[in-house]
Design a binder for this molecule. Structure first.
Ligand SMILES: Nc1nc2c(c(=O)[nH]1)N[C@H]1C(S)=C(S)[C@@H](COP(=O)(O)OP(=O)(O)OC[C@H]3O[C@@H](n4cnc5c(N)ncnc54)[C@H](O)[C@@H]3O)O[C@H]1N2
Ligand code: MOO
Length: 401
């Protein structure tokens, strides 16, 4: 059994980001940039007015002065002349400041009188003018490669005149559930049958982590059926299996995939739940074999698949974040497996997170998992803790899982 951290490192080290594709701006949200975005223009392209009012020479625009209005400069229609001594040009927000002017007299501080305007508030030089390049200059690096694009980033890329962005392709994750006893939700149940939940839960996790799930038909507990289904792996950036990971004679993943060229990197980790995790490569495709127990499959999904998807989509390799929290109930000493306890989370009035482990931690209990928003991490051989002691927890809602 290898430690959790080593398992994660071995998984993440083996993965490479997907290639790049061009997508239109609206499709780029939440995708990861493959190529940096540089400004294709200067913004604003010239000095522009930040307000509606009059473009003036500040030296002339003292309180009580009267200026002759010689023209108008709406946004998008620059005034071609100059503002001469004793003159003003009507201007609107976003319009280019005419030559000669060095300040804006606010409309609220001006009284139009026929062809002129009375200055009611003196104008300082530079007032209400946005200088050319205030935001960015042509050639500036605006967004680096590897950035996960926010709505703000997309606005910036659009302003910099990019209709398309080069982003990493969304990783395709094949999901293969195995087992004679499992049937798809909604299907008639044979005696002793159970409904397959793992593939669907994992597909949702893949989506939350920015991948595209490809849910394959369930494979029977038969080496040929598993081998045939797993051949779909060649279309995927990563292949997931659930079930058949353990030591029983019906646990066939390794038996079935060995003859297909499966190269095992490791099997079994010092973790609860999730001990029989499998990691290796089937041909070119990395393969993560998750345990069949639904909670084990999902906890492994959070700890290994979630960061794996980050790497595949061009983000840095990192473990899911752990937050400090205090315990709602005491915990006994841990054994040699790193433990992830399903727990509810509350935020105390002082802002501190409090986590309370579910009273039963059986790795089949999906209702408990759905009702819990956190996984308390306990290091191998961690000592017993009293209620109120500090611990650390992974907050599932933070990951969108
Ligand atoms: N003698 C031992 N037995 C077991 C060990 C062990 O070390 N020695 N490990 C246990 C641990 S820990 C786990 S976890 C499970 C994992 O077993 P498998 O990966 O081989 O999973 P299965 O046996 O196929 O199924 C286990 C359990 O999960 C249910 N299942 C399977 N697939 C699905 C699915 N798609 N959706 C929902 N539920 C699923 C299945 O019906 C079983 O109840 O092994 C222990 N045994
Ligand atoms: O470690 Mo298993 O993963 O107990 O359910």
């Amino acid at each position: 059994m290898i430690p959790v951290e080593e398992a994660r490192t071995r998984i993440l080290d083996a993965l490479r980001p997907t290639g790049a594709e061009s997508v239109a701006l609206p499709e780029a949200w939440n995708r990861v940039l493959a190529t940096p975005v540089h400004a294709r223009l200067t913004q604003p392209p010239a000095d522009v007015s930040a307000m509606d009012g009059y473009a003036v020479r500040a030296a002339d625009a003292s309180q009580g002065a009267r200026l002759r209005v010689t023209g108008s400069a709406p946004a998008g229609h620059p005034f071609s002349g100059r503002v001469g001594p004793g003159e003003a040009v009507r201007i609107f927000t976003g319009a280019v400041v005419p030559a000669g002017a060095d300040g804006i007299l606010l409309q609220e501080d001006a009284m139009p009188e026929g062809g002129s305007v009375l200055v009611e508030e003196a104008v300082a030089s530079g007032r209400w003018i946005r200088r050319a390049g205030l935001d960015f200059t042509a050639g500036d690096l605006l967004l680096p490669a590897g950035r996960q694009l926010t709505a703000r980033d997309i606005g910036l890329a659009a302003a910099a005149n990019h209709p398309w962005l080069s982003v990493h392709r969304q990783p395709r994750i094949g999901i293969l559930a195995t087992g004679d006893e499992i049937v798809l939700p909604g299907e008639p149940l044979p005696p002793g049958g159970i409904v397959s939940s793992n593939a669907h839960a994992l597909a949702a996790l893949v989506r939350a982590a920015g991948g595209v799930p490809l849910v394959l038909p369930i494979a029977r507990d038969d080496v040929n059926a598993i081998a045939a289904a797993a051949s779909e792996a060649r279309f995927c950036d990563l292949m997931l299996t659930t079930g058949g990971a353990s030591v029983g004679e019906h646990d066939l993943i390794q038996q079935a995939l060995g003859p297909q060229g499966f190269a095992l990197d490791f099997w079994k980790i010092a973790m609860r739940p999730g001990k029989p995790l499998i990691w290796g490569r089937l041909g070119q495709t990395p393969l993560l074999g998750l345990p069949g127990n639904p909670v084990s499959a999902l906890v492994c999904g959070v700890l290994f698949l979630w960061p794996a998807l980050a790497v595949l989509r061009g983000r840095p390799a990192a473990a899911p974040p752990l937050r400090p929290a205090i315990l709602g109930t005491p915990l006994p000493q841990n054994d040699r497996r790193e433990d992830y306890l399903r727990a509810t989370v509350t935020r105390r009035e002082d802002g501190v997170l409090q986590v309370t482990p579910a009273s039963r931690q059986d790795s089949s209990m999906l209702r408990t998992l759905a009702g819990c928003d956190a996984l308390i991490r306990r290091a191998p051989d961690a000592p017993g803790l009293d209620a109120g002691a500090w611990t650390e927890a992974l907050i599932l809602s933070e990951l969108g899982i």
